[in-house]
Design a protein around this ligand. Sequence first.
Ligand code: NOJ
Length: 610
Amino acid sequence: MTTKNQHHHTSSSGWLRHLTALAFVALSTACLSGNALGQTAESAHQNDGPWWKHAVVYEIYPRSYQDSNGDGIGDLNGITRRLDYLQNLGVDAIWIAPMYPSPQVDFGYDISDYENVDPKYGTVADMDHLIAEGKQRNIRVLLDMVLNHTSDKHQWFIDSASSRTNPKHDWYVWNDGLPANGPNVTAYQKRFEHEGRVPPNNWISGFGGSAWEWVPAVHQFYYHKFYKQQPDLNWRNPAVEKACFDAMRFWLDRGVAGFRLDAIPTLFEDTQLRDEPDAGGINAQGDPNLKDIYTSNLPDVHDVMRRMRAMVEKYPGNRVLIGETYLPNTAALNEWYGGEKHDELQLPMDMLLGFHGDHDKLDASSFRKFINEAETQLYGSQPLFVFDNHDNVRSWDRYGDGVHNQQIARILATILFTTRSTALMWEGEELGMVTTTPTRREDVKDPIGITGWPKEKGRDGERTPMQWDSSKDAGFSDAAKTWLPVAPDYKTVNVKTEEADPNSLLNWHKKLIAMRRNDPTLRDGKQVMIDDTNPSVLSYVREGVAGNPAVVVAMNFTAQPQTVSLEPKQANVSGSTVTTLLTDAPSLQETTSLQKITLPPYASWIGSIK
Ligand code: NOJ
């Protein structure tokens, strides 16, 4: 399996999907103003569970959101400036990708100090200010916590790599390697020979090359799942857990509402260092594809997750743990909640729905399957759906057919906000920002796009600056040059233009979010699939809550008109008279019956049943 072709216009940029694909092989895979509502939503719904259960979480890449000091790079004060926009959209929490001091090899995912802010992004005082301003608007701040690895410039690693007797030596995963002339040493291992030693096994870095890097000062290799500048911490050493929990407490004490846990399934590696099975073929970085069964999702990680949950729960206010959990199936996802015990993460991401295959297809049957599994196979845990992030080609391009992208984006948003799931969105998704992949290798900023060119062009395309208005550089920055170029469509695809257009994708998002905030049925109603063998139309009912009407949703996943007759009885819902709550098809605006509804190509329709 490769990640090729997930892009309709370039080759792959989805290394994460590569890892996921391997795991698959291994284990089998009313137009209301959000602003006005934002003030009251929380108090109005005090009794329906913790805040995160109905939240809209919005991911921000600090480099790309808003530059406030003219250096071409976004920053914390820039985010603070845009809080009114986020409140107006209906966002409950922002997840800020790593803003800690970092050499920026992996744009912040290589942290050199967990208890500070990178000067490029501001100061700890700026973060305090952002948290306080967020609070004024009922917007919580979630930080990205990278626990699998640090930067090689973190003092912990500098100490660890200084000598075998340094007290921090065992904080990372070190190995003597094997004699290069020993039995069973492969040609691949020999490529990484140093001082007559080769890596102890065939493990590869997700970013290319051997996962083992030689350090002459200690005559040992260290393990890195990602870039060699990102050495893996040794989670078998209790001192590492303590130091990492301390770093989390530093921010919890300052009022952050929780964390998104980066690459969390990869904390542990097989102690026997067994070779990973070959999955066939060569990846974009020129390495053999492996099934990562010995370096990902090891059972040991769950003990840490339980202790972390217990630690976080000591804080008031329902702090939340979100996991970056690319997993092979719903059963594996369930384990990340702690199954029936619900004692691990509150919200491990369900990547099955939004990133479910080699080629993300808009396929009603597979969407139905994954949405339904999340409803029925997670012991009542709260699903967290997501279609977009800073590591993958934008959903606009992955699901779009090049003709109906607008409508298709509306289908994805409809699913995100009308299913029972907590919603996770990525900056610009609400605008229909496109993936703008570099066309020349010399322009690439993401290192995997440089080493993998042209098969892998990296992740710059989905990280271009947020498009605020039609002024120079889309209102992102007034620097002469921005760190990544603004996408060429910014004159029409931007916040200001879309705010003024009642039919824009941005306003579609606002309407959906406002509906869901206000309707107890959309918040908590049981979700039941109807017309559930239809290969072309995805339909479901949300059963009415507290005397409120049931809601029915139908979306046409094809380029042809589709006629459906819906039977909500399947979902314990009586009534056959409907009124349209929201649709992007003018012909469906006056729908009054559930019989013979003709959905135009890729139309979304939401109705209320009486
Ligand atoms: C997942 C992050 O989302 C990605 O951007 C990063 O490169 C890797 N983890 C490594 O930290």
